[in-house]
Design a protein around this ligand. Structure first.
Ligand SMILES: Nc1ncnc2c1ncn2[C@@H]1O[C@H](COP(=O)(O)OP(=O)(O)O)[C@@H](O)[C@H]1O
Ligand SMILES: [Mg+2]
Length: 376
């Protein structure tokens, strides 16, 4: 019998079960249905790397798509306005309705030529109006918005705000790293976006994780012992990426142990769970935690190490300065660098916390080894 590992420990890949997102999804559906200007139509999704932002955006996009909305997904690394404009023009060209309008190739080409010269605002408004007149709407999703050009974001926000005021069916969902997004929203002329419904992707309740692991395991044709399930669920700490990583490795451990058997019915045991969790955590450390701190200057690493030794989840920068015997001013560029690398974030002026789960434990565990890289 052939089995397939259902878990997807890969950025942006849709998991077998989308855990803990019912509320956001319902808010969004409600927004689509409740008409122009409903709160769910303007939403911001924030959370650390691996918390499930990209996957959630895809889910919302496909829900809107199923309801007949035109959806444009962009990631903020490139030229946002141009990329939205291009995508809108492309769907316009592909749409049977649009093509039917111009009978004969001459007309089609003529209409294309005019639309090619249309700027972002014109295309954007035209498409939103077109969709609204058909009783549908236009959804734009923006990922990694913390890296976006402020001007582009402002221009998109202005266009959306204008269309809402005109009672057009428009929705905007943007996602990014929590602190980066808050920074963006605190910038000049971002008032409109600050109204976006906040959805912070923090830890998913363990009982929901547990249910989802069981469902995914059983749908794959395996089953799992209760004790193994409990251990696995709690090892994920409710962190989306770890749900996939742990699920993947416990499933694999059982498969490796049993695949030679022909009688079917593979059961994930506690031994498989322990083995899988160990492998998942190792992979997490190497792929996420090591990568995050790799190549940092010594002082930045010392800053993070000092944070890991302070009591409490939130640490004051003056405490860190005292631990290192340096001034907060001297440390400030290193703090900024750690924030930019998404290792830590500021919770309030003068206070920081780790943004990646298990970073603190990792630094405590590997302190000596990490310092040795800098000559001890
Ligand atoms: N709600 C969820 N339930 C289970 N797994 C999830 C969920 N959201 C995301 N994942 C998994 O977590 C990993 C990271 O998801 P991704 O959307 O890329 O995170 P982010 O964009 O926040 O970095 C992927 O392997 C994905 O399959
Ligand atoms: Mg992402």
């Amino acid at each position: 019998m052939k089995y397939r590992n259902p878990f997807k420990p890969t950025a942006g890949k849709m998991p077998p079960v989308l855990v803990g997102r019912d509320k956001v999804i319902n808010d969004f559906i409600e927004g689509l249905e409740n008409g122009e200007g409903a709160p769910g139509r303007l939403m911001r999704i924030t959370g650390p790397r691996g918390s499930g932002k990209t996957v959630l955006l895809s889910e919302l996009a496909s829900i809107a798509g199923e309801q007949g909305w035109l959806v444009v997904n962009v990631s903020a690394s490139g030229d946002l306005l141009e990329s939205i404009r291009k995508k809108l023009l492309k769907v316009a060209a592909l749409e049977p309705n649009t093509i039917k309008v111009g009978v004969g190739s001459v007309t089609v080409e003529a209409s294309r030529a005019t639309s090619d010269s249309e700027d972002f605002e014109t295309v954007f408004e035209r498409k939103a109006r077109e969709m609204t007149s058909r009783g549908k709407g236009l959804l734009v999703t923006m990922d990694e918005v913390q890296d976006a050009s402020r001007n582009d974001v402002r221009e998109i926000a202005t266009a959306v705000q204008f269309l809402i005021r005109e009672d057009q069916n428009i929705a905007l969902v943007f996602a990014g790293i929590t602190t980066g997004v808050l920074d963006l929203l605190n910038g000049k002329a971002m008032t409109f976006l600050r109204r976006a419904k906040p959805e912070e992707l923090d830890a998913i309740p363990i009982d929901e994780v547990s249910d989802s692991l069981r469902t995914a395991v059983e749908e794959s044709g395996f089953s799992i012992e209760d004790a193994a399930l409990e251990r696995a669920a709690s090892a994920t700490a409710g962190y989306a990426y770890l749900i996939q990583l742990v699920g993947y490795h416990i499933w694999r451990a059982a498969w490796l142990r049993c695949r030679e058997r022909s009688d079917g019915g593979i059961v994930i045991s506690s031994v498989d769970a322990e083995k899988g969790i160990g492998e998942a955590m190792e992979e997490f450390k190497e792929a996420v935690l090591e990568t995050a701190i790799a190549g940092l200057p010594r002082t930045a690493v010392e800053f993070a190490l000092a944070m890991s030794e302070a009591p409490g989840r939130v640490v004051s920068t003056s405490d860190i300065a005292a631990r290192l015997g340096k001034s907060t001013g001297y440390l400030s560029p290193y703090r900024r660098q750690l924030i930019a690398r998404q290792i830590i974030e500021q919770t309030a002026p003068g206070y920081v916390t780790f943004s990646i789960p298990f970073m603190r434990e990792f630094l405590v565990e590997r302190r000596g080894e990490i310092l040795a890289r800098y000559g001890g």
